[in-house]
Write a protein that binds this ligand. Structure first.
Ligand SMILES: *Cc1c(COP(=O)(O)O)cnc(C)c1O
Length: 430
């Protein structure tokens, strides 16, 4: 892939012709006339999903009925799909399970980490996180801190490492920032946390399937992640949780449901946690949602024969560079709000606009270019601006899509299409 800037649509088309991942677009059901730049929020539908979910409904459930817990392997879905996701994030087989939502898994992982920290040293009473972390992670940390007598300290990214000290119990971060796409140096921050004697939890919601991740090499103690973004698992897909094998058997998480019991079908009144990561399961798995998630994860594993996560990363960076450069050339009213430097950018690009980001995005969506809008935080100057967010998903996007999306954005701004009243009415989901 040429590092020289792309200055014509023909050059973008030439990059598509040479793209080793290009055949994978066929694995997706994409509506005609749509350029989908929101796979970082809800991944696209794999072609295999509808038939597989129908099979699970009609055959496994309809015909197999309760026998399917054994005969169709429903009980092992959490670890079977977990092992597949493990291949994308550097976890060994048996270390990661699919279960619950990301929010619930943050609760379980943070709670276990706080117990560990408290036992190691009662003076460690601070949870450190990033002020612009995804709110649900902060909300869960806030209530756990209140309940367990810890303090939650929120800092801006550049101040995190210096804030870690002998009072820090846990550093809890999202690897790639949901708003501006900034990617942390996982290994460096994990090392800083460990040098301060703290544990580290990484949320991979915007990393799994988006950028190469190496949980062991990156020094993580705990990790959680999301199934419906880059993993293409469908709306509300189950999430995942990983705990380093050196910790997993020593502590248990507080949601001690029967599926995380060592022997659920003994129906004994006392709780005994299962060995390993299975103790992070809680209740009965959502089999239909798991079936859809497995189809989504399989689209990423299909890329292994085409260069895998390394090829996905190379293409993602090339697409996001192309898009950012075209928008900067065509749309002077917009300011790049994601990191310019490849090493610090995940798989998304975002721009701020001083006043009309929401209406601009609505006008763009009306043209079939789907990204999203995220409101700024007026109380916090570094994040005060409203932003337009564009996710790059190399499995189903082409370089010409990035080129054309920038052209559409230019038209929306040049003709002031965003001024139309229907684009200025705020809907519930932005
Ligand atoms: C998307 C996302 C979530 C979503 O959590 P849910 O429980 O699935 O609603 C959590 N954390 C981060 C960092 C996210 O990006």
């Amino acid at each position: 892939m040429s590092p020289a800037p792309v200055t014509t649509r023909a050059q973008a088309a030439a990059l598509d012709a040479a793209d080793p991942l290009a055949p994978l677009r066929e694995l997706f059901e994409l509506p005609p006339g749509v350029i989908y730049l929101d796979g970082n929020s809800l991944g696209a539908l794999p072609r295999a999903t509808a038939a597989r979910v129908r099979e699970v409904v009609e055959q496994e459930w309809g015909q197999g009925l309760i026998r399917s817990w054994n005969s169709a392997g429903w009980m092992t879905l959490a670890s079977r799909i977990g092992d597949k996701i493990g291949r994308l994030v550097g976890a060994a087989p048996g270390e990661l399970v699919v279960t619950d939502s990301t929010s619930v898994n943050v609760f379980k992982a943070l709670s276990a980490a706080l117990t560990m920290a408290r036992l190691a040293s009662p003076d460690r009473r601070v949870i450190v996180s990033e002020r612009s972390n995804f709110p649900t992670d902060l909300y869960i940390a806030e209530s756990l801190a209140r309940e367990r007598g810890f303090e939650l300290r929120l800092l801006d990214a550049p101040d995190l490492a210096a804030a870690l000290d002998t009072r820090t119990a846990v550093l809890m971060l999202t690897h790639v920032n949901y708003r501006n796409g900034m990617m942390h140096d996982m290994a460096a921050l994990s090392r800083a946390a460990h040098e301060a004697g703290a544990l580290v939890i990484w949320d991979l919601a915007h990393s799994a399937g988006a950028v190469p991740v190496d949980l062991h090499g990156g020094g993580a103690d705990f990790a959680v992640g999301c199934g419906y973004k880059y993993l293409n698992g469908g709306p509300g897909a189950p999430a995942f949780v990983w705990v380093h094998p050196r910790h997993v058997d020593h502590f248990q998480q507080p949601l001690s449901g029967w599926i995380g019991h060592a022997a659920p079908f003994e129906f004994t009144p006392g709780y005994r946690p299962a060995a390993g990561i299975s103790r992070y399961l809680c209740g009965t798995p959502a089999v239909l949602s798991m079936a859809a998630l497995e189809c989504g994860v399989d689209t990423l594993l299909a890329a292994e024969r085409h260069g895998g996560m390394a090829a996905i990363r190379t293409k993602s960076l090339a697409m996001s560079r192309l898009f950012a450069a075209r928008v900067q050339a065509l749309c002077p009213a917009l300011t790049l709000a994601s990191p310019r430097d490849d090493a610090h950018r995940g798989s998304q690009v975002c721009f701020s606009h001083p006043a009309h980001a929401y209406a601009i995005m609505q006008a763009l969506i009306a043209r079939g270019v789907i990204g999203d809008f995220r409101a700024g935080d007026p109380a916090h100057p570094p994040d005060a601006a409203d932003i337009l967010r564009f996710g790059f998903t190399p499995l189903y996007l082409r370089f010409v899509d990035a080129w054309d999306a920038a052209e559409h954005l230019h038209q929306v701004l040049a003709a002031e299409e965003w001024r139309r009243p229907e684009f200025n009415r705020r809907q519930a989901v932005t």
